[in-house]
Design a protein around this ligand. Structure first.
Ligand code: DSN
Length: 418
């Protein structure tokens, strides 16, 4: 930080403040993580100085002797780790990656089917405020009211009725295993392209803690910074080479210009890390931790959508606790427990003031925390939510939990932070 502190002390101070905040917080945001020092270093390299529109061996600028090698390493590592025939590591993030899928396979106005946002889908799966919901014709499936789980019979019936050209499975608030094989059977029946958005669970898949969509989905999109523990970025992958050209063309020149080469290098580093035995252990521990946290919360009377979790994520409906998701998330944050408020299926409240909070275990697992710490976190969450509901001794409880959180985080240093 020497140069940054000299050139721009304001930004340097803010970066340091954010580092301190991250170090001293129990980060329960399901889509976040801590990258390693090696991934951080790669993102801060001179590779950011280079333009390289095109793909390795076929670029529109000279001077690609090194960049071609970096991108080829990232692509080959992605192919080996996920067992796919094709990988594109250039999408800037998850939304552009998903938009490239539309460009590769659909015409404006064509029908896309995805999970509705309030049920756990993503904006880019055809939600109304997204370009994908405005420029294409969206059809949405949800989860059953009684089970909180996707009902493939409903998905099939909707697919047969609306004949989508593209079906998305996956999302942002799905606590249960995704049945890629079941979705693939439906997509085949209606002649649709199946896109598996594995952004949330890519690290679990890489580590063998969630089934893989490879061999089922026609195209797989993922961000690289969630459970996969890489830099902010994304990838598109495919089990076969059939759609490789269409996907590559959609990313460049269809949607993007030059790839972010410093990010590509950091993705390569993260993929190398994700191929280790340590990463496999981490991926399984993420799930074990989520289950332990779920058990603790259930024992304390919390209502979990779908009754629990199979992966890294829990969606808590706070209706029965008598508090909204937003005030709960805000008070938890003051106590050092970082979550996000979230709609729950069939939510009667508005998205900006919903009934739930979403939590996940990737970050705390990256810090080395285990089931015992999850039980402690569950107990703290209960104390905070109970204090909020009663409106009684709120400040006292928040202050005490905050100091206990600080003590816990000091015992579990976060990767990548000094
Ligand atoms: N923002 C991501 C998440 O939190 O799940 C989705 O894009």
């Amino acid at each position: 930080m020497g140069s940054l502190a000299n050139v721009d002390p304001e930004i340097a101070a803010l970066v340091e403040a954010e580092e301190r905040r991250q170090a001293g917080t129990v980060k329960l945001i399901a889509s976040e993580n801590y990258v390693s020092r090696a991934v951080l270093e790669a993102t801060g390299t001179v590779l950011t100085n280079k333009y390289s529109e095109g793909y390795a061996g076929k670029r529109y600028y000279e001077g690609q002797q090194v960049i071609d090698q970096v991108e080829t390493l990232a692509v080959e590592r992605a192919k080996a780790l996920f067992g796919v025939a094709h990988a594109n590591v250039q999408p800037y993030s998850g939304s552009p990656a998903n938009l490239a899928i539309y460009l590769a396979f659909l015409q404006p106005g064509d029908t896309v089917m995805g999970m509705g946002l309030p049920f756990g889908g993503h904006l880019t799966h055809g939600w109304s405020v997204s370009a994908t919901g405005k420029w294409f014709t969206p059809v949405r499936y949800g989860v059953r009211r009684d089970t909180g789980r996707v009902d493939l019979d409903e998905v099939r019936a909707l697919a047969l009725e609306h004949r989508p050209k593209l079906i998305f499975c996956g999302g942002t608030a799905i606590p249960r295993t995704i049945d890629f094989e079941g979705f693939a059977a439906i997509a085949r029946e209606v002649d649709a392209v199946l896109a598996a958005d594995i952004a949330h669970i890519a690290g679990l898949i890489a580590g063998g803690a969630h089934p893989s969509p490879v061999g089922h989905a026609d195209v797989i999109s993922t961000t690289t910074h969630k459970t996969l523990r890489g830099p902010r970025g994304a990838m598109l992958m495919a089990s076969s080479d059939e759609h490789a050209t269409a996907l590559n063309k959609a990313v460049f020149p269809g949607l993007q210009g030059g790839p972010h080469n410093h990010t590509t290098a950091a993705i390569a580093v993260a993929l190398k890390e994700a191929s280790t035995e340590e990463f496999k252990a981490y991926a399984h521990q993420v799930v074990a931790n989520a289950k332990a946290l779920a058990e603790e919360l259930l024992a304390r009377g919390f209502d979990l959508v779908s009754g629990g979790t199979d992966n890294h994520l829990l969606l808590i409906d706070l209706t029965s606790k008598g508090v909204g998701g937003k005030p709960a998330a805000q008070l938890l944050d003051r106590a050092g427990l970082e979550t996000n408020y979230n709609s729950v299926p069939y939510d009667t409240r508005k998205p900006f003031d919903p009934s739930g909070i979403r939590i996940g275990t990737p970050s705390v697992t990256s810090r080395g925390m285990g089931e015992a710490e999850m039980r402690q976190i569950g107990a703290w969450m209960d104390e905070i939510v109970t204090a909020l509901a009663k409106g009684d001794e709120v400040e006292t409880v928040v202050d005490r939990v905050r100091s206990e959180v600080t003590e816990l985080t000091s015992r579990f240093p976060a990767p990548g932070l000094s």
